[in-house]
Design a binder for this molecule. Sequence first.
Ligand code: HEC
Length: 114
Amino acid sequence: MKRFSAVVALVMFAGVGVFAQGKVDEGKAAYALHKCSTCHAIGGAGGKLASSLDGVGTKLKVADIKKWLEDPAAMEAKLDKKPKMAMSAAASFKTKKITPAEIDAMTAYLATLK
Ligand code: HEC
């Protein structure tokens, strides 16, 4: 019985891992779909209008990454130096239709950038 539970636990653990990887891949796809790279670079690829997202998974808490995607205007308001309207994520997000599922997936993806 003990061995059985260990196997069950192992399978569940592996399952969660696969699920999490799927989410990260979805996040990568959503990041491309919504053209986040117009302003942000990852690994040197992308725009320079906003900060590079390299290491953002270390810099920001997961909750804050999510907040940047849910309510960029509120997050931008907290910056010492406000971005110009032309490079404001808040202004740009209004024209994109980002779903809550995409926000979750992109958060999972960005959190892996350490
Ligand atoms: C029109 C330009 C623009 C686009 C497009 C854009 N952002 Fe941003 N983003 C900004 C600006 C400006 C900031 C705040 C200042 C900074 O970090 O450079 C910011 C900040 C962030 C931050 C916080 C970064 C940090 O280091 O604190 C994250 C995370 C982020 N954006 C993710 C995204 C994602 C994901 C997308 C695509 C859905 C996206 N952004 C699209 C301009 C943009």
